[in-house]
Write a protein that binds this ligand. Structure first.
Ligand code: MCA
Ligand code: AMP
Length: 483
């Protein structure tokens, strides 16, 4: 495979990464990442070194450097949410069998990672000679993602899928080295890390990371050099709420070349409010951790709110009815499950051949998303097969993992978790609790889940019941759980 990041040697003086007031151009990035990459590659080939490396994925320039170095070395990277709770961390560490942790300096790692060798990434330049480019099918990044039940699964993404998806987006968005992408997405998921950091680096362009999302910081960077924005619908909702009364924000967004939303559906009302205030259409694209990007509204295409656009180059997409038969009609009304195949797909779920097999119908990956397709090929997502998957703030969260965590609390006898519509988060996590003895407070339960799993998985609402509604088989009737 040709180089994943050709700009490391071709455009030395261009800015690659900027986080706050710290920036690296391509020459500096190569000179810092190459020595680390060579060390990782050498220790692997000597047999004693890391087979996989965890990156403590703070929103820092070191996270970008660490991931680039591991990719150059061909050592698979597991990005870790620095806010992950103890149960989630323990699972990721043991399941991925990482043997080294890379982080920015000065991090006191939690107990689950403390036993592992830990290397701090220093921004010290050295010899910029890059190791040989690894094989295209070699695992590059392993991203943990929630399912309906059990702990998160490690999605193994090969270099081929990453290169393919980023090049397909180049085509769809006319994304070039002149683009300066601005965002404040977390760096332990596909959206922020693969699209939001590796995307600009593959194009030879620039990413400006906001550290954390705020409309003020976004407006400042767009008023400066920024040309593109990536965000989840919650971020665009916050923009839509504010943009009418904030001329600076409206002007900054009007001047952007491309505003892209993904990870969940952006409500039509938010589309409309942003367009009314800025004259810009937000472009939606649709993807998944397992498939990277499947469809997008094209830069030069029609940007109707509510559609996720057309399949990206190289991606085959079909809709399948309940019996598993492809729906031939492109009529905009027949609803089926989206299945995809193409070079954008993952290789497997780590250590889970059963789950990998179940996710495919032949070589078609079952997304679980329900959609229609119109005569022009535009896909409209209308829902999701699994009611036990919740999308909150753009994060996918399994009801089962939260229920398991909740019943470990001594004051919880039974728990059921549902998602409810939320104007800001898309969906909010609701916990239905049968208490054991004295009722715990909402805050106690939220803290308990945040500590075991992650803060974004905590219930935002807790409702107490005397008993959970169940059918004759004893299964909880989630449809009966409404606020
Ligand atoms: C709150 N916090 C707590 C607790 N409560 N910490 C510990 N214990 C508690 N009980 C902390 C949080 O960690 C956070 O800290 C702060 O308080 C606010 O938390 P929260 O309310 O959750 O944040 P928010 O303001 O609601 O966040 C909204 C958000 C966020 C910024 C939009 O949801 C977000 O970044 N979403 C992006 C998700 C994403 O990237 N998804 C991509 C996956 P602090 O503020 O310090 O953090 S999907 C994907 O990759 C596919 C391929 C795709 O299609 O894109
Ligand atoms: P994740 O597993 O976290 O990568 O989330 C993938 C899921 O996010 C998909 O299966 C969809 O349900 C959802 N998703 C991503 N992008 C969009 C979008 N533009 N519109 C609606 N849903 C989306």
């Amino acid at each position: 495979m040709s180089a994943l990041f050709p700009a490391l040697s071709s455009t030395p003086a261009r800015t690659a990464l900027r986080f706050g007031d710290r920036a690296l151009d391509y020459a500096e990035l190569a000179a810092i990442a190459a020595p680390l990459a060579r060390r990782l590659a050498e220790s692997r080939s000597s047999g004693g070194g890391p087979v996989r490396v965890a990156v403590w994925a703070t929103a820092s320039i070191e996270t970008g450097v660490a991931v680039v170095a591991a990719l150059l070395a061909g050592v698979p990277v597991v990005p870790v949410n620095p806010k992950a709770g103890e149960r989630e961390l323990a699972h990721i560490v043991s399941d991925s069998a990482v043997s080294l942790v890379l982080s920015e300096p000065g991090i006191d790692l939690p107990p689950q990672l403390r036993a592992l060798p830990h290397a701090e990434v220093e921004l010290a330049p050295g010899d910029a000679t890059l190791p040989p480019e690894p094989d295209a099918e070699a695992p590059a990044i392993i991203v943990y993602t929630s399912g309906t039940t059990g702990p998160p699964k490690g999605v193994v993404l090969p270099r081929r899928a990453i290169a393919h998806t980023l090049d397909a987006l180049e085509d769809a968005w006319q994304w070039t080295e002149d683009d300066v992408l601005v965002h404040g997405l977390p760096l332990f998921h596909v959206h922020g890390l693969i699209l939001g950091v590796l995307g600009p680096l593959r194009r030879g362009g620039t990413v400006i990371h906001l550290g954390r999302f705020s409309t003020d910081a976004l407006a400042d960077e767009l008023a400066g050099t920024g040309t593109m924005v990536f965000g989840v619908p919650t971020m665009y909702h916050r923009i839509a709420e504010e943009v009418d009364g904030n001329p600076k924000l409206a002007k900054a967004l009007s001047g952007a070349r491309l505003l892209v939303s993904g990870s969940a559906a952006l409500p039509v009302r938010d589309h409309q409010r942003i367009t009314a205030a800025t004259g810009r259409h937000v472009v939606e694209r649709y993807g998944m951790t397992e498939t990277l990007m499947n469809t997008s509204v094209r830069f030069d295409g029609e940007a109707g709110p509510g559609t996720v656009g057309v399949p990206l180059p190289g991606v085959d997409l079909r809709l399948v009815d309940e019996a598993g038969n492809p729906i031939e009609a492109w009529d905009g009304v027949s609803v089926g499950e989206i299945q995809v195949r193409g070079p954008n797909l993952f290789t497997e779920y780590l250590n889970r051949p059963d789950a990998t097999a179940a996710a495919f119908d032949g070589d078609w990956f079952r997304t679980g998303d329900m959609a229609t397709r119109d005569a022009a090929g535009y896909v409209r997502i209308v829902g999701r097969k699994a009611t036990d998957l919740i999308k909150s703030g753009g994060y996918k969260i399994g009801a089962g993992e939260i229920e398991n965590a909740l019943v470990e609390h001594p004051a919880v006898r039974e728990a059921a978790v549902t998602g409810e519509p939320d104007a800001d988060l898309g969906e909010r996590i609701v916990a239905w609790i049968v208490a054991e003895g004295e009722r715990p407070t909402e805050q106690e339960l939220a803290d308990h889940v945040a500590k075991l799993l992650a803060p974004h998985k905590r219930p935002r609402v807790v409702r107490f019941l005397d008993a959970l509604p169940r059918n004759d088989m004893g299964k909880v009737l989630k449809r009966a759980l409404r606020g």
